[in-house]
Design a protein around this ligand. Structure first.
Ligand SMILES: [Zn+2]
Length: 237
């Protein structure tokens, strides 16, 4: 039954116009599956994958190469897609988190639309990072930090830094950071800081199929596949 339903939803989403018509209730009670998410991301212009072909480009990430890339911004420009994703993130939270206790929602600037929708669903207040210091939280307040995409984890660490004052005043900052998606990090030092800070990411969709390789060891480069930065790549595909 679930399989049949997934196929139906996948068939229903064939064009960007179909994406624009999606509603959060289309994914209740069944979740948005990863296959559907990838299709939506592709139609919005935020997903790229090179399955090993040297005839198409691959992705340049600093001194690393990647076979694939996912960026959230093209999806988050559609408010209905943002609402669907916000709904998925909340349903993906560990059951130990008391959602009805959350007073504030924060996130990095890129996750602003998602944070707004999640705050709205939870009946909480969205607080932009740049005005965080102006709020005087009480000790009973609980803060949920959310992110759109987890890659190296650097953006999340910057938000945790901004929350330091609030934590010092006794505000409860939930250690779980729900996110739409994650792709593997290639920065061990950041991973260690995340462990030290006792942060637990809760991505709804994991992209283990994206593999980062130092460019000197990249088989795609060696074979002649063009190496392109994400912004160059998405401009041409
Ligand atoms: Zn390469």
């Amino acid at each position: 039954m679930a399989l049949r339903r997934t196929r139906t939803m996948l068939n229903r989403i064939s064009t960007l116009n179909d994406v624009c018509k999606m509603l959060p209730r289309d994914f209740v009670p069944n979740h948005l599956q990863k296959e559907e998410f990838v299709k939506i991301a592709r139609l919005c212009g935020g997903y790229y994958m090179n399955d090993g072909s040297i005839n198409i480009p691959h992705v340049a990430l600093g001194s690393y190469c990647s076979n694939g890339y996912l960026k959230m911004e093209p999806m988050l420009q559609y408010s209905n897609v943002t609402q669907v994703l916000a709904q998925e993130m909340i349903r993906n939270m560990p059951s130990t988190v008391r959602l009805d206790n959350i007073n504030w929602v924060v996130g990095s600037e890129e996750a602003r639309e998602l944070a707004l929708d999640i705050a709205s669903i939870l009946g909480a207040l969205y607080i932009p990072l740049d005005v965080l210091q102006e709020y005087s939280p009480s000790e009973s307040d609980t803060v949920l930090h959310i992110e759109g995409m987890i890659d190296s984890g650097r953006k999340a660490l910057a938000v945790r830094e901004a929350l330091k004052d609030a934590r010092a005043r006794g505000v409860n900052v939930i250690p779980y950071i729900p996110a739409v998606a994650s792709r593997p990090t290639c920065d061990p030092s950041v991973s260690m800081q995340i462990l030290d800070a006792k942060i637990f990411f809760v991505p709804r969709y994991c992209f283990y199929e994206f593999v980062s390789t130092p460019k000197e060891k990249c088989e795609l480069c060696r074979g002649g596949s063009k190496r392109m930065k994400p912004e160059e790549l998405f401009a041409v595909v």
